[in-house]
Design a protein. Structure first.
Length: 270
């Protein structure tokens, strides 16, 4: 259990850190000709706090005497596929590829996501409540992670709303958009589980991790602001990563529909 928790956190941390490196490269390419990208900067700050958080947590679990918790393992196992999927799509985009896949609007596995997500959330909440029933202690050092739980849930809700608007407009689902919509809620769950284990004394506090999480709060708040402004159409940004957060203007809808039809013929995912 401990090895699995530590190793999977290291893998997830490496993936998120690579997000940051790729974003930095993308920003360097476009900064001089297109100017600053709020989305790029916000994603850069997010990646370079989320990645180190998982790297530090994984190393701490592996090199200390604490036992990795089963809820921690479950959260990482659920969050890892979405994170890796979005990472691979970003790699494809950097190499000149589509960086996305169109998913049929009637795909059964997409229709089942709300049920699966609800069941997962209820299961985690029930297990967490059972652990806290034995007693837990709140510590002020838990505050950054509690704040991150709230911020990540809000970001995930905004991104999910964009995907639902696209579906309501008759457009197919975006694999990139769906992946990103899953990444943030699962990150929220991971931080919530860390708070839970720290509160009951199963995980101990570590200075480096605390510092990373403190820095992660303004990074997440900035990202939330950017996604919110993009969703309202009051912020323009050249970074193509914003297509998962942009409002569905008539022009965007027409372009997205055309791109969707072209991609469906080449690579249709059911």
């Amino acid at each position: 259990m401990t090895v699995a928790v530590g190793t999977l956190n290291l893998i997830l941390g490496a993936v998120y850190t690579c997000y940051g490196i790729m974003t930095w490269i993308d920003l360097q390419r476009g900064w001089r000709t297109r100017g600053m990208s709020h989305f790029g900067l916000a994603w850069l700050f997010m990646a370079f706090t989320c990645g180190p958080h998982h790297l530090e947590h994984g190393l701490h679990v592996l090199r200390s005497d604490i036992a990795g918790g089963p809820l921690d393992l479950a959260a990482v196992l659920v969050g890892l596929p979405a994170g890796v999927t979005w990472f691979l799509l970003r790699v494809e985009a950097m190499r000149g590829g589509a960086g996305d896949r169109v998913i049929d609007s009637n795909a059964r596995w997409v229709a089942g996501l709300p049920t699966v997500s609800g069941t997962y959330a209820i299961g985690i909440a029930t297990a967490g409540a059972a652990l806290l029933a034995a007693g837990g202690t709140f510590d002020a050092r838990l505050s950054p992670n509690i704040a991150l739980v709230v911020l990540y849930v809000m970001i995930g809700a905004l991104l999910t709303r964009t995907q639902l608007r696209a579906r309501g407009a008759g457009l197919p689902w975006s694999l990139s958009g769906l992946s990103l919509s899953v990444v943030f809620p699962t990150c929220a769950v991971m931080h919530g589980i860390w708070v839970l284990y720290a509160a009951i004394g199963a995980y101990d506090f570590e200075g480096h991790l605390f510092t990373i999480d403190v820095l992660g709060v303004p990074a997440a708040a900035y990202f939330l602001w950017v996604v919110w402004k993009l969703g309202r159409g009051t912020l323009k940004d050249w970074n193509r990563g914003t297509r998962d957060a942009q409002p569905l203007s008539p022009e965007l809808m027409a372009r997205a529909e055309l791109e969707a039809k072209e991609r469906v013929g080449a690579n249709r995912m059911i």
